[in-house]
Design a protein around this ligand. Structure first.
Ligand SMILES: C[S@+](CC[C@H](N)C(=O)[O-])C[C@H]1O[C@@H](n2cnc3c(N)ncnc32)[C@H](O)[C@@H]1O
Length: 352
């Protein structure tokens, strides 16, 4: 597919694929009748050409349209757009086109907030501009959004980059209220929101085998054998098994929650990402289930939660998570943004 480049390593002839994704999430200020789902599939296909990837599957709930892509996933809801792409894709190159479509086709002209994040790539120099370094990514984001802030968390090789807007405390709510009054929508305050992401590397080869065509006949078989279907109950699953290996899935629930998992099983570069906006008072059990399913040697976890989210405390608990002595916490950081708290933590298996 357009963005797929499997590079051969000259050292050991192992196949290399950059599983690490770039993740962009844009929230628009609510406007009566505005809805990003008015953007047609053909229009999204044109946008994704700029990114160098394609739509391979689609599912939806009442609140969210979920696309499995040749390189990861896209989620579209009334006022939130999420694009997560791996390999050598170029998601930031399509932002201008998305902002234009949001205005012209969906009725959204005001950006409420933006989150762009990614882990350090296994091979940063192999990325295409602007993704070959964070400074260029920030420069491009600033050219769209103006008042962004950039953060780098964690130690150099395992660091996690984040760009977000930093409206003054209270401004976002005031803007939303003002907009709601103008539009005659009853304003019920900012929506509680939360996202947990678990980015895992150096995974158990026996688990990774499940995500090859040699072991699993199809995606549904891999989903069941790995226990992915049991991670979060009530999800309608749309899964895809690549040939000869590789796996992607989106899950959508009736209440609007989503989950998404992407797997690069090649032994030289094994990588799995898990993400969901499911709300929970504690993420400890979910994290334990994800780790038991994939058995990574190393993982980093991030939790964003608004102050009124049931997960507001869950993000603090991540700091204490130790998984019965299997993992050691290597680093932890905390940031307070307007309306959101963010926790980042890095874990590695205790040496056996
Ligand atoms: C799209 S998937 C999931 C990537 C994800 N970001 C992750 O967490 O690793 C990538 C895996 O599928 C494999 N693959 C096979 N055919 C592919 C294709 N046509 N496009 C993208 N990946 C493909 C890659 O080698 C890799 O193992």
């Amino acid at each position: 597919m357009a963005g797929t480049e499997v590079i051969s390593s000259s050292e050991n002839n192992d196949q290399f694929f950059e599983g690490v994704e770039k993740l962009i999430e844009i929230w628009f200020t609510p406007v009566k009748h505005a809805d990003l789902r008015k953007i047609t599939r053909q229009q999204w296909e044109n946008v994704l050409k700029i990114v160098r990837c394609e739509i391979i599957s689609f599912t939806q709930s009442d609140q969210v349209d979920a696309y499995v892509l040749s390189e990861s996933s896209m989620f579209v809801s009334r006022r939130r757009w999420i694009l997560k792409t791996c390999g050598k894709t170029t998601p930031l190159r399509c932002v201008r086109a998305v902002l234009q479509l949001a205005q012209e086709a969906a009725g959204h002209s005001r950006v409420h907030n933006v989150f762009y994040s990614r882990r350090e790539f296994a091979r940063p120099a192999a990325q295409l501009q602007p993704h070959d370094n964070f400074d260029s990514e920030v420069e491009l984001l600033d050219s769209f959004f103006g008042d962004g802030r950039a953060y780098i968390m964690g130690p150099e090789k395992d660091c996690w980059y984040l760009y977000t807007l930093l409206p003054l405390e209270g401004t976002v709510d005031a803007l939303e209220k003002e907009q709601a009054d103008d539009e005659d929508i009853s304003y019920s305050g900012p929506e509680p929101d939360q996202t947990i992401e678990i980015l895992m590397s150096d995974l158990d080869p026996a688990v990774m085998d499940i995500f090859t065509r040699a072991t699993s006949a199809n995606a549904a078989e891999a989903t069941k054998a790995s226990g992915i279907d049991k991670l979060i109950p009530g999800m309608v699953i749309d899964d895809y098994l690549f040939d000869p290996c590789g796996y992607s899935m989106n899950g959508v629930a009736k209440d609007g929650c989503y989950m998404t998992i992407h797997i690069t099983p090649e032994p030289a570069c094994s990588y799995v990402s898990f993400e969901s906006n499911v709300s929970a008072a504690s993420y400890e059990a979910l994290l334990a289930r994800v780790l038991a399913a994939f058995r990574p040697d190393k993982f980093l976890v991030t939790v964003f939660a608004t102050k009124d989210s049931p997960a507001a405390d869950a993000s603090r608990q991540i700091k204490k998570f130790s998984s019965q002595g299997v993992y050691e916490q290597k680093d932890a950081q905390f940031c307070r943004f307007s309306g959101y708290d963010l926790h980042y933590a890095l874990f590695a298996k205790f040496p056996s």
